[in-house]
Design a protein around this ligand. Structure first.
Ligand code: OAD
Length: 248
């Protein structure tokens, strides 16, 4: 751990990529683990533009159900450790696939939310963004409460399957210029996020993976630590603080 901390400390630009596993210890289900959301619910009924066009009420009900779970969740030690990493390092960027807002609640500021944020609504016609932190969306029969000023229907501001990723260029740029990438709690199976560690690796970065299990990335990562992010990350950051303290 001390050697890894030294490696982080000597890096010029550290990028951290997170996935659902980082929020698992906050009680938020992942997608592909044993009890994952996509084991119980169908992507094509809930998380595609076609699904929304076909049955917006069903999609909204599902997102409101998820919002309620997330509203009652708090960041865990992994989120706090990543926020501390940002404060400790000069050049740092967090790229998260999570839409749950918990990194921000924990204090992360240099962050790209690759798949959007569940606490924002977006007009499906004009794209205007609305804050949705204020409480549950009243889901009337005709969804009349979910209209934009322009008359378009609001939707959650999350990226659905088949849609483009708004900030992907910035994520590609960061991945190809960092010299250390920390990849935490992602199965590494959803593109384009799954490609980011490979881009970093090709550009010469050191890849450290933290996950409960092996993933496709394990083969190419320079080092993998298997265990809970909420236990491993605080130890890594604590070691980093010690290394920084005695750095000459
Ligand atoms: P997945 O559910 O695919 O993977 C979660 C990963 O976290 C797995 O590899 C687990 O082993 C690991 N994990 C679980 N608990 C952990 C813990 N406590 N500590 C460390 N690792 C842990 O979730 P993602 O890779 O984030 O996209 O999925 C990517 C995207 O697929 C999501 O952003 C979402 C989904 O469909 C959209 O909705 C667009």
């Amino acid at each position: 751990m001390e050697n890894l901390a030294k490696k982080v400390s000597n890096s010029k630009f550290v990028v951290t990529l997170t996935g659902a596993g980082v929020s698992a210890e906050s009680g938020i289900s992942t997608f592909r683990d044993k009890d994952g959301l996509w084991k119980t619910y169908r992507v094509d009924e809930l998380a595609t533009p076609n699904a929304f066009a076909r049955n917006p009420k069903l999609v909204w009900e599902w997102y409101e159900w998820r919002r309620n779970i997330i509203r009652n969740a708090s960041p865990n030690p992994a989120h706090y450790a990543i926020a501390k990493l940002e404060r400790t390092l000069q050049n740092f960027l967090l790229i998260t696939q999570n839409v749950d807002n918990l990194h921000k609640v924990a204090g992360s500021e240099k962050i790209i939310e690759l798949h959007g944020n569940i606490f924002k609504n977006k007009c499906s016609r004009c794209g205007k963004i609305y804050d949705a932190t204020k409480g549950p969306v009243p889901l009337g029969q005709s969804l009349e409460n979910l209209q934009c000023d322009c008359g378009g229907l609001l939707r959650p501001d999350v990226v659905w399957f088949g849609e483009s990723i708004p900030h992907i260029e910035a994520a590609f740029n960061a991945s190809s210029t960092c010299d250390f990438m920390l990849v935490v709690g992602t199965s590494g199976t959803v593109e384009p996020a799954a490609s980011l560690p490979y881009i970093a690796k090709r550009a010469g970065a050191f890849i450290l993976e933290i996950n409960l299990n092996e993933t496709p990335l394990t083969q190419v990562a320079d080092y993998s630590i298997f265990g809970k992010a909420g236990e491993i990350l605080p130890t890594l950051v604590q070691n980093l603080l010690t290394v920084q303290k005695f750095k000459v």
